[in-house]
Design a protein around this ligand. Structure first.
Ligand SMILES: C[S@@+](CC[C@H](N)C(=O)[O-])C[C@H]1O[C@@H](n2cnc3c(N)ncnc32)[C@H](O)[C@@H]1O
Length: 356
């Protein structure tokens, strides 16, 4: 069984504060950035906002240094920012940030119960803080009655078109509803939809321990916890008995090997889809449906021309297409950046397959 001990969380830094350069409003920003560039960590000492200011100054400095718009320069900018920003540190004492006017972040209690004094990189604190807000306030999902409360480090939907597509399919589905698989359950939305539509049992897996721990906690010993079973493992985890429905909302973008992108909720590797379809072949009942949620995002952003589901249908020899439902993604907010003009033609896809 996995516990809080196994989850992904920022690693505390326990090195001595003595050699650290200190940063407050009175400090010289340019000199501080020079220190960062020479690899020396800097400690935020007075106000939380001093950390925000330093990050902003660092961005301005690096934008000047890497000023081109080419993909390469943009990547260099991001790499430099990542490398330097994590040298900006902040102190945690008794599960609280020691600086003034700091947000209170519940994850510090949850994740470091025995560690009462340590340092963390400021960007990690920002991540913990926003994740805590999402977790506490919850997210309203249009197809579900209850809010979801995504656990730290777990994927959750921010746009809902694919969930609406799936819900419409579930409304019309009149096959058996004894059991289903939710491969890569994340924060549980697809499983909750299936339970809402009358599935008696859903088996959900994830390779991200945070997703499993988070859902265990979210469901507690409610009725839902008896309908959704969890396993921390790849693809179908420990389960081999076939079900009449398999759902997978996989990562939508191919991992580029030269990039430092190892987020398994967003990027897939070469083996994920072939392995998934092979395992699914063994676990789909004879008249069962295999549903894969996908999008034309990778094609629109020119990440690849490959489409893993079309590939499977053309060459896999395992499944045939029953239908493919598509839905235009609702226009993003006005905040949409100009370089995201491709979003206008973004579509989500629901691929419904059955045995050949
Ligand atoms: C795009 S998210 C979808 C999450 C959720 N089903 C939803 O629709 O909101 C993909 C999920 O698959 C998980 N995942 C990636 N590779 C996996 C694998 N080989 N086996 C099980 N889960 C995996 C990720 O950790 C992530 O939670």
């Amino acid at each position: 069984m996995i516990t809080h001990m196994d989850i992904n969380k920022p690693t505390p830094i326990t090195s001595s504060k003595a050699q650290l350069e200190l940063f407050s409003r009175a400090s010289d920003v340019k000199a501080t950035i020079k220190s960062l560039e020479s690899g020396r960590p800097v400690l935020i000492t007075a106000f939380y906002s001093n950390g925000l200011t330093l990050l902003k100054e660092l961005q301005i400095h690096l934008k000047r240094k890497f000023s081109g718009t080419s993909f390469k320069v943009q990547r260099e900018y991001r790499d430099a920012y990542r490398k330097l920003s994590k040298l900006i540190l902040i102190e945690v004492v008794d599960h609280k940030l020691i600086v003034k006017k700091a947000p209170s972040i519940g994850w510090l209690d949850v994740f470091y119960p025995e560690n009462s004094n340590f340092l963390l990189p400021f960007p990690k604190i920002q991540g913990l803080n926003s994740a805590w807000q999402w977790y506490q306030n919850g997210i309203t999902v249009p197809v579900l009655r209850n809010k979801i409360h995504p656990y730290y480090g777990t994927y959750f939907p921010t746009r809902f078109d694919h969930l609406i597509l799936f819900d419409n399919w579930l409304k019309r589905y009149d096959g058996p509803k004894k059991s289903a698989f939710d491969v890569g359950i994340g924060s549980g939305v697809l499983s909750f939809q299936m339970v809402k539509h009358g599935f008696q049992k859903v088996f959900g897996t994830d390779t991200n321990p945070n997703a499993i721990v988070g859902l265990k906690e979210y469901m507690g010993d409610t009725k839902l916890s008896r309908k959704v079973e969890l396993d921390f493992g790849s693809l179908f985890g420990k389960w081999t008995t076939p079900s009449e429905l398999i759902v997978f909302n996989p990562p939508w973008l191919p991992a580029a090997h030269n990039l430092d992108k190892n987020d398994e909720a967003i990027y897939y590797n070469d083996t994920l889809f072939p392995d998934f379809f092979e395992a699914a072949k063994q676990r789909l009942s004879p008249d069962g449906k295999l549903l894969v949620i996908f999008s034309n995002l990778a094609q629109l952003t020119k990440a690849t021309t490959d489409h893993p589901i079309e590939n499977e249908l053309a060459k896999g020899g395992r499944f045939q297409l029953e239908q493919c439902l598509k839905r235009a993604v609702k226009k993003a907010s006005d905040k949409t950046k100009r370089d995201q003009h491709w979003r206008a033609s973004e579509e989500v896809e629901l691929w419904v397959l059955k045995h050949l």
